[in-house]
Write a protein that binds this ligand. Structure first.
Ligand SMILES: Nc1ncnc2c1ncn2[C@@H]1O[C@H](COP(=O)(O)OP(=O)(O)OP(=O)(O)O)[C@@H](O)[C@H]1O
Ligand SMILES: [Mg+2]
Length: 510
């Protein structure tokens, strides 16, 4: 008798339906598993055997063969345990043969029959919706993330025996619905303070508003204690809310990392990731023998903050170039290929020189011009080119710092940024992009026409400041965003002049 139960294998951030076929036939009591199973899956035999016995059922004393189909998809992790056990119990007659066919199941079994949380439950729930299954049977700890997919039934299973009782019609598992309290996520809005906490620094706040509005990458340069980290941490508070589809997209990445279960909370706000400068390239862009997403994917739809940029290893920064361009990263390892999304806003901070006080009015800087050049050359030209907005953050003036007046709150700035987002989404509706920063040369020509005044300013900047062609294009895109914030359909000279100001790094440091 062959029993069939459905589960999933996760590839990248998507789940592929896996059919677990179980055949019990007369013969010596052996337990075989075929179908490209990795070590953790093969080990499931021992867990399943003990879990079945310790749940009070008899493990068949015959020849048990498990086939995991499709056989050409690698199956990893412990998530198939529950489906394998259900398949064996179904083939032994304890679960009615076709009772489970409308569900996708996932869960790790402990030896005593408890069902433990697994990674990738949200992709599984989405696969259930896509393939028109009635629902999913998943560990209790993963119920919240699965319930984000509202169209399917979510049955949380605490023990193997609960699953058997449910299908026997004895103790039905009540379907689970999403608890709004799940979204208490730390990366969310309200956690990192407000823009009004930052005194003075009007021009830096303006640069951040422009960066947020057009999703331009941002570099802040300034002496120690000038508030660079403080400002960066507040950037998510001026970005528009994520749509529900975007929340699902972000949570999928966290789900395959096992970071979306009830213990972690749901991701509702835009992610803010701030990896330490000792991070490896695999940690940043993703990798490993079984490819897992890196920090850039955990920052998808949010912000990747690289504090103390020159301290990052050069090869680590170099690997950022392609994902910055594509918004996705593809990782191939030993025959497995995985693609992860990584559309994030890069925000970097650094000191202007090794001691940090170059251009500070205190005149404390003791660095030689060679030292400054060496320090700055740690950031490659191609990477800098991709950063549209480069702004200097001077130390806050004493009278500003002592002022009782609080600055503009994040909510007001966010309202303006939201308007600019709307304009851009209308503009790029049929162009496959969503922000000014993503415009290629063709779209830039179409949407950033220059009058003679603008042409003259750009020419002067190119000659006077030595702006490269790429830097000029970047200034044009930023000028488009500034015009959007100004509700102006045309780019005016003062929009472009402001955009050119945001190329502080292109100017000579000394
Ligand atoms: N404009 C400001 N308004 C209010 N507080 C400020 C401001 N600037 C700096 N501070 C205070 O100074 C502290 C240090 O700022 P922060 O850590 O952001 O500096 P930084 O520029 O990142 O320095 P470093 O280069 O050393 O990393 C902040 O935690 C804050 O208390
Ligand atoms: Mg800092």
């Amino acid at each position: 008798m062959i029993a069939k139960v459905n589960s999933c294998a996760v590839n990248g951030i998507d789940a592929i339906v896996v059919e677990v076929e179980v055949d019990i036939s007369f013969g010596l009591p052996v337990f075989n598993m075929v179908g490209l199973a990795e070590a953790a899956v093969r080990e499931s035999k021992e867990r399943v055997r003990s879990a079945i016995k310790n749940s009070g059922y008899t493990f068949p004393m015959d020849r048990v063969t498990i086939n995991l189909a499709p056989a050409d998809v690698k199956k990893e992790g412990t998530g198939l345990d529950l489906a394998v056990a259900a398949g064996i119990l179904s083939a032994s007659g304890l679960i009615p043969m076709d009772a489970s066919k409308n569900y996708l199941m996932a869960g790790e079994l402990s030896l005593d029959g408890r069902v433990k949380p697994v990674k990738g439950v949200l992709p599984l729930a989405l696969a259930a919706r896509e393939n028109q299954y009635k629902g999913v049977m998943i560990p209790v700890e993963n119920a919240q993330e699965a319930a984000m997919v509202r169209e399917i039934e979510v049955l949380p299973v605490g023990r193997l025996s609960q699953l058997v009782d449910h299908f026997a019609g004895q103790n039905l598992i009540p379907p689970f619905s999403l608890d709004p309290g799940f979204f208490r996520n730390a990366a969310g809005r309200g956690f990192e303070g407000d823009f009004s906490d930052v005194k003075g620094q009007i021009h830096v706040k303006r640069a951040m508003e422009v960066a947020a509005a057009g999703q331009h990458h941002l570099l802040m340069t300034g002496p120690p204690g000038s508030g660079k980290s403080m400002l960066a941490r507040r950037l998510t508070t001026i970005l528009p809310m994520l749509s529900f589809e975007e929340i699902l997209e972000v949570t999928k990445v966290y789900s395959v990392m096992g970071m979306a279960s009830a213990r972690h909370g749901g991701i509702q706000g835009r992610p803010f990731r701030s990896p330490h400068h000792t991070i490896s390239d695999a940690g940043l862009v993703g990798g490993g023998s079984k490819p897992v997403p890196g920090e850039i994917s955990l920052a998808h739809n949010g912000i990747l903050f690289l504090d103390e940029l020159p301290e990052f290893r050069r090869n680590v920064l170099e690997v950022l170039r392609q994902p910055l361009e594509d918004g996705r990263v593809s990782i191939s390892r030993a025959g497995v290929k995985a693609v992860f999304p990584c559309r994030f806003m890069l925000v970097a901070a650094m000191n202007p020189c090794p001691c940090g006080f170059l251009s500070d009015p205190s005149g404390k800087c003791s660095c030689t011009s060679h030292q400054v050049q060496k320090y700055r050359s740690k950031i490659s030209g191609p990477l800098l080119d991709r950063i549209d907005i480069q702004v200097e953050v001077p130390r806050v003036k004493f009278q500003d710092f002592m002022s009782k007046e609080s600055g503009e709150p994040s909510s007001r700035i966010r309202a303006r940024v939201e308007k600019a987002f709307e304009l851009q989404s209308k503009r790029f509706l049929s162009h496959g992009i969503f922000s000014n920063s993503q415009m290629g040369s063709r779209l830039r020509e179409k949407f950033c026409p220059m009058d003679t005044g603008c042409r003259r300013i750009l020419e002067q900047a190119s000659k006077g400041l030595g702006l490269s062609a790429r830097a000029c294009h970047s200034a044009l895109k930023v000028a488009r965003t500034i015009a959007d914030l100004d509700y102006s359909s045309k780019i005016k000279t003062h929009h472009l002049a402001e955009a050119i100001q945001y190329r502080s790094f292109d100017r000579d440091p000394m």
